[in-house]
Structure formats: structure tokens, C-alpha cells
Design a protein around this ligand. Structure first.
Ligand SMILES: [Zn+2]
Length: 399
């Protein structure tokens, strides 16, 4: 007679034998056509292999993978998220000025103007105070920086009043009253400075009809634009970040230089999530532009025309040198349409340096094209003097 308990034990132990675990194993058996999980379709699979993709499949990551090129908007060289992670990690190891200077120095060309200026002043200070910290440096300078910001504000108000009174007595009186109110507003921190700047900018815009001159309007606006903020003024930066940890200040010097995805046509206006609609733009420009239309933005930042060409020249150089994912082979041409449309024709650029590559449509001729292009046939470098720098810095970052 069979002991039911023994019988059960036998079955149970049998079940533990790999060859007997049919039901559970079958689900993961990739060779079984009935139970294997659904794999990508062959064409997708081939495209993935063909493109030698390490990239996870997200289009934004594809454009982010372009890496160290100049921001098309401000021209500052951009960092990657990986760089930023490395920098943060390195900074966290030691708080001394000496360590901070050594860590941040290789990334100097990636800093925006204000950040670079703060860093240079810190470098000078660090020579005298090698065991001091970045946090100490800002704290030591806060008071004098605050005074400098207030002086800059008074000086700007005087200029605004002078221009306004040259327009008409009415404009003169209006701005004299406004700047008097703002001068009496207590300024205790950078937020206060930003509020005054924002208010006077808004006053200038709403006074456009009494200013009655495009030229004077622009002069007033430029003056107000340059009122101190932590982005455009070293002293305001010091005021804003004094009291913060060295690590926070140190990463802030580079954080806004990380390349971010900018939708050329805003998503709110139906801009699509396609590489045809993407620019890699530094965090600062991306954040500052906000909802301003590209046409207005280019008008306010005429340097963008030159910087956009520089951006695409650098992207093209990387494509020509086979440094980028093949999914980006036609990227410089693909974005042309959106940029032209959104800037109302003011933002165009030349992509003639882009060497023809096989893409989805011409894949069949892949082999012949490849044998037609021996190594030696690569065009001699036609690039401007800044390019070799670009390479050396790329190597620095990889190290
Ligand atoms: Zn930028």
C-alpha cells in the first residue's frame, strides 16, 4: 500500500528536479515558439543591431548622447549627466579649496560667464586659503557683494531716469517715481533683487506707448535686463549662494551647463517628441527661454544664429568621424524644418559639411558604399581652430 505522505514527498521532490519543472520553465523557454515572450519585430531588431545601439531606445537619450558640443543658444560648451555625476562625486570627497580648484579647473570652459568669474575669484582666494572652502569664500564676500549689487542697482536707476527724461517730461516723471519706490524697497537677498528687476522690466513694457521710440525702449530694457541676478552678476551669485554648502555651490557652477532637450516647437503648441524637433541646449538657456517664441528669442539673442551654426558644425564633425549613433546621421538636416518654421525663417544654417551616409532608405547599398570609402579618403580637417580644443577636452572628460 502506498503511504500517501511518502507519495506526496516523492512527487514534491520530483517537482524540484529541473527536468520536471515543465510548466514554469516553459514560460521562459526562448526556443519554444509557443511560450517564448514576444520579441521586437525582425526589422526593429535589425535596425538595433545595424545601429550598434547601446542607447535605451528613447529619442531624447539619442540627442543627449551627442555630448560635448556648444549650446546653440549661448555657445557655452555643454556637459553630460554622466560628467555631472562624476563631478558631484569627486567634490564630495574633500571640502578644501585646493581639492575644489583641482576638480573644477578641467571644466572651466563649460562654465557660463558668471560662474567662470566666481570660479576665477575663488581660485585667487584659494591660493591664499588652500585649506579654506568654497562655502567660506562666499560667506566672506557676501557683505561686499551685497553693497556692489545695491550700487549697480542705483547706477542703473540713474541711467534709466536719464533716458526717460530725454524722451518726455511725462516719461521722466513716471520713471523717477518708479525708481524712487524701488530704491526704497529693502534689498536683503537675491530674491529681492530679482523682484525689483522683474517689476521694472514690466513697467518698461507697459510704458511702451509713452516711450514712443523703439531705440529708447530697447536701451531701457537692456539696462533693466542687466540688473543683478545670480545668473548675470557675480556679486548676486555670491549673495544668493552664501550660506550654502561647498558641494551645492561647486555643482551649481556647472549644473546649468548640462545639455538638456529643447523642443523647437513647444509641446504645448503640438511640437512632437521626435529628433526633428530637438535641440540639445544648456540648462540655463532652456530654463530662461521658458515660453518665449523662438522668433522673439532669436530677436533678443542675435548671437543664436552664429551659435546654432557652431552647434551643427560640431555635431556634423562628430557624425563625419563616426562618433555618434547612426540614428543621428541625418539629424542636422532633420531639425532644419522646425527651426526655420518656428523662427519664421530667421534661423537657418549650413549643413553642407555633412558627409553622405547610408540611412534607412539607402541601406541596400551599405556594403558598396563602405568599400568606396577607405580610411584615407576622409576629407582633410576643414574645421576652425577651436576644434582641436574640443577634442582635447573630450579626452579630459573621458579620463
Ligand atoms: Zn546656453
Amino acid at each position: 500500500m502506498i503511504n500517501p505522505i511518502n507519495n506526496f514527498s516523492l512527487n514534491y521532490s520530483q517537482l524540484l528536479q529541473p527536468q520536471n519543472r515543465i510548466k514554469t520553465e516553459a514560460k521562459q523557454d526562448l526556443t519554444n515558439p509557443i511560450t517564448r515572450p514576444k520579441l521586437p519585430q525582425p526589422t526593429t531588431m535589425m535596425a538595433l543591431l545595424y545601429n550598434n545601439i547601446s542607447f535605451t531606445g528613447h529619442r531624447e537619450d539619442l540627442v543627449r548622447s551627442i555630448g560635448h558640443v556648444s549650446c546653440p543658444c549661448c555657445g557655452t560648451k555643454m556637459l553630460t549627466n554622466n560628467d555631472m555625476e562624476k563631478i558631484t562625486k569627486d567634490l564630495s570627497k574633500e571640502d578644501t579649496a585646493e581639492h575644489y580648484i583641482n576638480t573644477l579647473h578641467p571644466y572651466e570652459e563649460y562654465m557660463h560667464k558668471t560662474e567662470k568669474d566666481v570660479f576665477h575669484k575663488f581660485e585667487q582666494w584659494g591660493k591664499e586659503n588652500p585649506k579654506g572652502t568654497l562655502s567660506n569664500f562666499l560667506a566672506e564676500n557676501r557683505e561686499s557683494s551685497m553693497k556692489a549689487c545695491k550700487a549697480k542697482q542705483s547706477e542703473t536707476f540713474a541711467k534709466i531716469n536719464s533716458i526717460a527724461s530725454s524722451i518726455s517730461p511725462q516719461a521722466g516723471e513716471k520713471f523717477a517715481n518708479l525708481t524712487k519706490v524701488y530704491s526704497n524697497t529693502p534689498i536683503n537677498n537675491e530674491e529681492d533683487m530679482k523682484t525689483v528687476r522683474k517689476n521694472i522690466l514690466s513697467d518698461i513694457k507697459t510704458s511702451k506707448s509713452i516711450i514712443n521710440s523703439e531705440e529708447k525702449f530697447k536701451e531701457l530694457k537692456t539696462l533693466a535686463d542687466n540688473l543683478p541676478t545670480s545668473k548675470n552678476n557675480t556679486d548676486a551669485f555670491i549673495v544668493r549662494y552664501a550660506g550654502k554648502s561647498s558641494e551645492k555651490i561647486g555643482t551649481r557652477l556647472l549644473k546649468l551647463s548640462v545639455g538638456t532637450i529643447e523642443h523647437v516647437k513647444p509641446q504645448a503648441d503640438g511640437g512632437r517628441d521626435r529628433i526633428e524637433n530637438y535641440l540639445l541646449e544648456c540648462g540655463e538657456c532652456n530654463h530662461t527661454r521658458g515660453d518665449v517664441s523662438l522668433k522673439d528669442w532669436v530677436e533678443e539673442h542675435p548671437e543664436m544664429k552664429e551659435n546654432t551654426q557652431k552647434y551643427f558644425d560640431e555635431v556634423i564633425e562628430k557624425i563625419n568621424n563616426n562618433e555618434l549613433d547612426k540614428g543621428l546621421d541625418n539629424y542636422p538636416n532633420a531639425v532644419k524644418g522646425a527651426l526655420k518654421e518656428q523662427s519664421k525663417g530667421t534661423l537657418t544654417y549650413d549643413t553642407s559639411a555633412l558627409k553622405p551616409k547610408e540611412n534607412e532608405n539607402t541601406k541596400n547599398s551599405e556594403n558598396t558604399e563602405k568599400t568606396d570609402k577607405p580610411e584615407g579618403s576622409k576629407k582633410p580637417q576643414t574645421h576652425k581652430p577651436h576644434k582641436p580644443h574640443h577634442h582635447s577636452h573630450r579626452l579630459n572628460l573621458a579620463a
